[in-house]
Design a protein around this ligand. Sequence first.
Ligand code: ADP
Length: 585
Amino acid sequence: MRIFIDLWWFFKQERLKYSLGVLFLMLSSFLSLIPPHVVGVLVDDIRTKSLTPVLLGKWILFLVIIGVIYYFTGFLWRQLIFGSSIILANQLRNDLYKHFTKLSPNFFQKRRIGDLMAHATNDVNAVQGAAGEGILTLVDSMTMGTMVIMTMSALISWKLTIITLLPMPIMVMLTMYYGALLHKRFGRAQAAFSDLNDKVQENVSGVRVIKAFGEEKAQIKMFQNASRDVVNKNIAVAKIDSLFDPTITFIVAICYFLALIFGAKYVVEGSMTIGGLTSFTLYLGQLVWPMLAFGFLFNIVERGSASYDRIRKLLAIKPEITDKKGASAKIPSGAVEYAIPRFHYPESAAEVLSDIQIKVEQGQTLGIVGKTGAGKTTLLRLLLREFDLQEGKLCIGGTSISDVTLEALRSAIGYVPQDHILFSATIAENIAFAKPEATREEIERVAKLASIHEDILHFKEGYETIVGERGVTLSGGQKQRISIARALLAHPEILIFDDSLSAVDARTEVSILQALKRERSNKTTLISAHRLSAVEHADLIIVLEEGKIIEQGTHEDLIEQHGWYAEMYAHQQLESLVSEGGQKA
Ligand code: ADP
């Protein structure tokens, strides 16, 4: 029952709704006690032949009025209690979402997306169940049960009540036992379902790879196995579920049996009327639900409490990167200065960067090249403060990036990542992602700069074409250019291209680079690339190898140095000559 204490803050927040809800629920229970009594009175009136049509009419009218009130109270308590539980679910889901947006990218690298989604769906639903059905079963099993038993013993016969209810504790024990079993098996079924979810998610997003490698059969087999596992575990749940009803029916039958045997004896002896016995059996029927509710209560509460713990654990995870106390909210601008003796990622001790000393003046372009795994992305992600430095400093305009708020820092930066994310929205909305108030002219202007305008006009709905998961399929190069347009629109102080020109052809690359030069004459740009042509024009180019700067200077300097850069440049020149030759042939 700890969940009710844990959720006390919410019951307090919605105290009016909950108090009224419980009040109406109790009123409903009370009202349902009246009809059996009336039926008993009528039976006795029939037996003694004192029932007149007028009297019958009055009783019927009374029952109709009770029925109507019951209808309204029933509606009200459902509305109030279940309505509040939906508010709780909404609140928890929003808290989780807000929390997710605060956590650092590192967190999302470590957690399975399916698992995070399960928290926001399954777990929130289970807590909602505790705040809705949990309260209902708690109130019903306690008040309704007590009221029925009290009515039976006070109005009819306490002796018969005790005799009849003798088997009830057995039922309570059995339902609690089944509840515990069910909980365990239900947990396993949910876990199996989670796995199945993950498989579907992976398979659907990786369907092209699966098809390309002809792995459909193996994947179908794997899916069938996972699916069978879910079925088996759910059948195990259903087995326990199907024990509930027969057990209850059996025990209730014994109760009825006892009621009739002993009731008939009392009627014959004259200590009870037939009407009284009739009412008694009707009340007995009304006891079944509170008893059942008692069994359910354990089930619901246990599930809700386990899920609430999971949610709380997730909410308790502190964001690794937060604003320092007294951090400035002023958007930084000026030279970008790296002075990092050493850097390693939080989870591994391996040094990823060492001895990094770079200064990029405002308005300059920095080119970063090097083999895969050399540390190019790491260098750029540090500027976004996705990770904090263990040693050294990273400054913009002389201010350490940890001395400004994350919001200010990120407002200063436009980032085009390697893997471009387009949202399920129109192209225009995707470009205007960071500046939703942008006019169509502004959007088109940056689209032209990113050399994507013409492509967009070719789509049937132009800028209104929906892209993303459920939209048109775009080529990698088109997605890349939309991401570039998105970053350009905000006209950031610092623009980061993380190998963002890899999927565009050489001619488009040239036209984008020229546009960048024109547009961003007094702003800083950082470009990492595999193709050296993307950084050729940069004011400073650094060559990274295993996290160290092994060469640096302008394109001309580096060619003269006859090192890695010069060699790579010659190699890539040759490659492009060959490929152009190939195209002409
Ligand atoms: P590049 O962009 O030049 O290909 P990266 O900066 O992505 O190189 O990677 C540099 C090194 O850092 C690699 O050895 C890579 O395995 C490691 N690395 C990258 N991201 C992480 C991470 N989140 N945790 C631990 N190591 C990482």
